[in-house]
Design a protein around this ligand. Structure first.
Ligand SMILES: Cc1cc2nc3c(=O)[nH]c(=O)nc-3n(C[C@H](O)[C@H](O)[C@H](O)COP(=O)(O)OP(=O)(O)OC[C@H]3O[C@@H](n4cnc5c(N)ncnc54)[C@H](O)[C@@H]3O)c2cc1C
Length: 603
């Protein structure tokens, strides 16, 4: 396997064929003083304004969400990613992610409002707007004077987003488009001033994006607030457009470019959503740890029971691994944007291409973090016992709020299929060489295995070898699947899901190991005992998933000798020389979290 040149910036999707040095990954421990200050002031805002008023969110107090958004605007939290030329702070991608992460708290209502406004409600203009559009709208959105919403979904167009029926008809004088149609599930609809609306002109193959000001005198009306399972005070309504007049100069980018805009906005939205799943997990872990230390049963704090320790260890591990992967990818994006700017691209172009480059990683993170947040919240409910089921304790709403993250910004099924699809497209365009490494794995399988016992005495020596082997396992499975089905692979969805699960686990496990290795090198191994344990625990679980998903995939498309050979290869690539003692690891992690009174790994 090729090793990434030192200081060479890893390209999107290349992690599967390249080995990365720990010195080349960014971690939360690398934050600058300025970034730490921003993190701390965001946390303070959450504690003071959001967490202290958690019950108001649960009581569907939409006006309160609006007021909190206004306050976030006054503090500059809505303008982090906006270029200075349009009234923003123009900070880098990592800083943007930090705010998305820490502002999420445990209330999904606010983080949805925040994400819909700063992400999909504002980004289409900063990324695709003309200079006039940006000057006119972005400063108002950055300050919180105005709020944005994003109207893509329709009653009959959800995952199939390009199939919307909303129409845009050019007026006879050629000065306006008249938009008519019904949009559904629109976050922030109840208080926004501006919509990004996608509509079809004539019988165009692709939809077109428009900036539409919210004006009830211009044929815009709303449905009632939706009755939702969670994120109770995030405003979600249907929006109806009836011959809504939109000046032609409010078209975003070009006619027929709307699907591309929608997808690129979602690329950013996905990684930001992943970020927004982290702080919820930290806080759930902290609340659970405190509860476990205080709640006595059988005259013993429940946190002393092995069953509960396992839960605390898993919560912390999910959080740590999620952080590691999200900030690794965020810095890659930031660096890619800087590289493109240095090469002469405008900031707008650089940002667009920089984020697009890591679309595979963005989908991986969206899936992994949304599912981890769900699992963490679920275990939080379980740890609280009956109190976990009570709406008077925070776990109940955390559990319900976490659920939406698997559905919006592209469902996790759609994202799983996208991951493998995008990787194969990159390979076909020659942007990533999958064929060479896949062929090498095939040759290795036919060769005689090396029976020497490797020297695994150095920190993570075996784990890093295992990551290499997992990559080979993925290349073997995906390579054979492509060889078997060719262009028809996309019709074999369950096979794609299995392959994408392998890819997700590899990226997440590798990110945690690299972060811990980097920190062990600079802070000493002794200071990283729990982090080492979390990285090892996650990898063990990743290997189990890769082995079972790989097996499921192989059996589905290979039989006879080929099946036997592939299964043998899979066993070889998922076998430890020294299995980690998983129970010991969980106990160590849980004891450390209890001793520190919660999750404190990024301080
Ligand atoms: C609270 C909330 C807020 C939202 N906010 C916004 C917003 O601000 N703006 C906006 O435009 N939209 C928004 N949405 C819409 C959201 O993006 C969609 O709900 C989502 O994209 C899924 O579309 P759908 O609900 O129509 O489900 P469907 O597309 O009908 O999917 C149903 C199921 O089928 C699966 N499925 C669909 N197609 C395929 C396929 N080809 N292969 C395999 N499986 C498939 C899906 O994964 C899913 O499990 C929001 C939704 C909610 C619930």
């Amino acid at each position: 396997m090729e090793t990434q040149e030192k200081n060479e910036l890893l390209r999107g999707g290349h992690f599967i064929v390249k080995e990365t040095s720990c010195d080349d990954v960014f971690t939360l421990e690398d934050l600058s003083e300025e970034q730490k200050m921003m993190r701390d002031s965001t946390k303070e805002f959450v504690d003071r304004e959001l967490w202290a008023n958690w019950e108001r969110f649960e009581k569907k107090d939409y006006e309160f969400t609006f007021q909190c958004m206004k306050k976030a605007g006054e503090l500059g939290l809505l303008s982090i990613a906006v270029p200075e030329a349009y009234g923003g702070m123009g900070m880098g991608f990592v800083s943007t992610m930090l705010v998305c992460d820490y502002i999420s708290g445990v209330t999904g209502s606010f983080s949805t409002a925040f994400g819909a406004h700063t992400g999909i409600g504002t980004l289409p203009i900063t990324l695709y707007g003309t200079e006039e559009q940006k000057q006119k709208y972005v400063p108002k959105l950055a300050s919180g004077e105005w709020f944005g919403a994003y109207c893509l979904t329709e009653p009959t167009a959800g995952s199939d987003a390009n199939s919307g029926k909303t129409k845009a008809v050019l007026s006879e004088d050629g000065k306006h488009y008249l938009i008519t149609g019904q949009k559904m599930w629109i976050s922030n609809a109840g208080f926004c001033n501006l919509f990004i609306v996608f509509a079809r002109i004539e019988d165009d193959k692709n939809i077109t994006g428009f900036i539409v000001e919210n004006d009830s005198n211009n044929g815009i009306s709303m449905g009632e607030e939706e009755h939702k399972m969670g994120i109770h005070s995030s405003s979600t309504r249907q929006v109806f457009f009836d011959n809504t007049k939109v000046p032609v100069e409010n078209m975003l980018s070009e006619r027929g470019n709307g699907f591309k805009i929608a997808m690129n906005a979602l690329n950013v939205g996905r990684i930001k959503l992943a970020g927004a799943c982290i702080e919820a997990q930290r806080r759930i872990t902290n609340l659970s740890t405190s509860y476990a230390k205080e709640r006595l049963q059988f005259k013993t704090p429940i946190g002393d029971f092995g069953a509960i320790k396992a839960k605390i260890a898993q919560m912390a591990t999910n959080t740590y691994v999620g952080e590691s992967a999200v900030y690794r990818a965020s810095k890659n994006i930031e660096d890619r944007i800087a590289l493109r700017e240095a090469a002469g691209n405008s900031h707008q172009e650089a940002e667009l291409k920089g984020v697009e480059e890591y679309a595979i990683e963005a989908s991986i993170l969206k899936i992994a973090l949304s599912e981890d947040a769900q699992q963490t919240a679920d275990e939080g409910v379980q740890l609280y016992g009956g109190m976990g089921f009570s709406a008077d304790a925070p776990m109940e709403s955390a559990y319900r709020d976490a659920r939406i993250a698997r559905i919006y910004e592209g469902t996790n099924e759609i994202n799983r299929m996208l991951i493998v699809g995008m990787l194969l497209k990159k390979a076909m365009k020659g942007h990533v060489d999958l064929l060479g490494p896949a062929t090498a794995v095939g040759e290795e399988l036919l060769g005689i295995p090396d029976f020497d016992t490797p020297d695994y005495s150095a920190l993570f020596a075996e784990e890093k070898d295992m990551i290499k082997k997992l990559k080979k396992a993925f290349l073997m499975v995906a390579g054979k699947a492509v060889e078997t089905f060719g262009m028809e692979l996309e019709e074999h969805q369950q096979l794609l899901l299995a392959a994408s699960d392998m890819l997700i686990e590899i990226y997440m496990a590798e990110s945690a190991i690299l972060r811990t290795e980097k920190n062990a090198k600079r802070f000493g191994e002794d200071s990283q005992k729990a982090e080492i344990a979390m990285s090892k625990l996650y990898l063990y679980q990743a290997v189990e998933i890769a082995a079972s998903k790989g097996k499921e995939a192989i059996i589905s498309f290979a039989d006879g000798d080929m099946q036997r050979m592939l299964l043998m290869g899979l066993r070889r690539f998922t076998k430890y020389v020294n299995y980690p003692n998983v129970i010991e690891l969980k106990n160590l992690i849980a004891e450390e979290i209890k001793a520190k009174d919660g999750y404190t790994f990024d301080q």
